[in-house]
Design a protein around this ligand. Sequence first.
Ligand SMILES: Cc1cc2nc3c(=O)[nH]c(=O)nc-3n(C[C@H](O)[C@H](O)[C@H](O)COP(=O)(O)OP(=O)(O)OC[C@H]3O[C@@H](n4cnc5c(N)ncnc54)[C@H](O)[C@@H]3O)c2cc1C
Ligand SMILES: *[C@@H]1O[C@H](CO)[C@@H](O)[C@H](O)[C@H]1NC(C)=O
Ligand SMILES: *[C@@H]1O[C@H](CO)[C@@H](O)[C@H](O)[C@H]1NC(C)=O
Ligand SMILES: *[C@@H]1O[C@H](CO)[C@@H](O)[C@H](O)[C@H]1NC(C)=O
Ligand SMILES: CC(=O)N[C@H]1CO[C@H](CO)[C@@H](O)[C@@H]1O
Length: 455
Amino acid sequence: MMYRFIFFLIYYQAHISLAIQEPNPRVCVIGAGISGLSVARYLKEAGINFTVFEATRYVGGTWRYDPRVRVDENGLPLHTSMYKDLRTNLPKPTMELPGFPLPDEAPSFPSWETYYEYLKSYAKHFDLEKHIKFLHQVVSVKREENYWRIKHKQIITREIFEEEYDFVVVATGHHSKPRMPYIKGEWDFKGTIIHSHSYRTSEPYKCRRVLVIGGGPSGMEIGLALTDVCSKVFHSHHSRVNFRTPFPKNYVKKPDVTQLNETGAFFADGSFEEIDDIIYCTGYEYYFPFFDQSSQLRISKSSVTPLHQNLVNINQPTMVMMGLVIRACFVIALDAQARYTTALITGNFSLPSQEQMMEVWRRKHDLLRAQRRPLSHIHSLGWDEDEYYAELTRESGIERVPPVMSKIRASDTRAILENLLTYRQYSYRVLDRENFSRTWEGSRGDEPKRESCIP
Ligand SMILES: Cc1cc2nc3c(=O)[nH]c(=O)nc-3n(C[C@H](O)[C@H](O)[C@H](O)COP(=O)(O)OP(=O)(O)OC[C@H]3O[C@@H](n4cnc5c(N)ncnc54)[C@H](O)[C@@H]3O)c2cc1C
Ligand SMILES: *[C@@H]1O[C@H](CO)[C@@H](O)[C@H](O)[C@H]1NC(C)=O
Ligand SMILES: *[C@@H]1O[C@H](CO)[C@@H](O)[C@H](O)[C@H]1NC(C)=O
Ligand SMILES: *[C@@H]1O[C@H](CO)[C@@H](O)[C@H](O)[C@H]1NC(C)=O
Ligand SMILES: CC(=O)N[C@H]1CO[C@H](CO)[C@@H](O)[C@@H]1O
């Protein structure tokens, strides 16, 4: 009995490390957004054989603004959720990939254009494009014996290819599949209804009465932007976050919507408002249509489990799921995950046993339960962001993300709560690993002009 148990352990360990420490592992990266590009940069540096599959003909993922909605020029569901007036909600130092600064002249909170150009020049600088198979959509990822069978489709010719890989990096993002609420009477409503995924500009909403639903970052930013052009913005959300912004007069905070009729919305406080258009800013779902059972992941709309370090698929540790974390300096976290992944693939460190990884995961899971928090919070770094970076380094030996990064994010978050209209007028400078300075730049004079809708 004991003998069998030990054999089982040895078999398991050997199985894992063999799979990862193939002498020449073949690595498949799915997606060429920030996540895929960062992994490509480090794999290339380490001399690993890898291929990136990208369904569109572009790098940069969601940072490429596309005026189209729903489908792209090749008939694929449009991936990007970018809108025309977007500026980052995190300041420059926390948007920079290590060793590749944003241009000096870029403002403290760059526009999507500046940032998209930055990502394109990142790909050029590290000469990544020749490793990317553009217009190749991965349609199936299947575990077979000791390798991954990847099926990908050439979008134009529709030709299907099949290859075997030792390691899979999933870098397809999670801001593409809209989470749609169901509201009673939705079918009766005569006005337009869209999700923020399809929001491009405020133009169609000039002088209209718009209902924005949802109090996440998109809801707050879009709601506020619309007050420049709309006659009235009704913002229904139940965020407990205390936004202290002095909202313009045409902005009205509302409780939950209970029902729609042909011309308007009823709210939980019994009030009714005439509405022309509705924008759901209700967030996105995790969505990985290319997996089958063999990935051994549990995927729901709001969580992907069980993962080690929010990254490694515990049941199939030759797979990582990049960028699933929330409430973090995304770009900094993605880069750290890319370096950890590369160190794992090159054999710079070995993972704990599956049993150990599972136990750590279970402890986190049970803690959430005890705190009565939803499982989705398992991806939230929040106040633990710096500790996450420390753990990644302790385990893998990668260079540690300096603590100043999460301190800047905390300062930015406070400024957002203080005043959504002005938080981008601060600029941040990193002084050393621990400290930063923040200065008030004041208005840049490029704020949009307000439309007058008063008859
Ligand atoms: C409106 C908006 C504003 C944001 N603002 C900020 C901000 O200010 N600061 C910040 O840090 N973060 C922000 N984010 C978060 C943003 O998601 C991250 O910054 C980052 O872009 C995530 O990169 P990614 O590579 O993980 O995913 P993505 O950028 O989504 O890239 C995924 C790529 O995978 C490709 N792909 C998908 N499926 C397949 C498939 N089956 N086969 C092949 N290729 C596939 C897609 O075409 C895409 O190119 C924002 C997100 C949105 C939507
Ligand atoms: C990389 O992998 C591909 C696909 O398996 C293979 O054809 C190629 O020979 C490999 N190249 C190197 C340098 O190992
Ligand atoms: C929707 O409900 C409001 C409030 O009860 C009412 O005034 C309005 O006429 C209704 N619209 C239609 C088309 O029935
Ligand atoms: C692996 O370790 C070596 C030696 O410490 C280091 O030089 C290299 O950068 C590491 N590689 C990765 C990908 O972390
Ligand atoms: C100049 C400055 O503010 N230095 C601080 C940097 O951070 C460390 C650790 O928090 C402080 O001890 C220093 O005083």
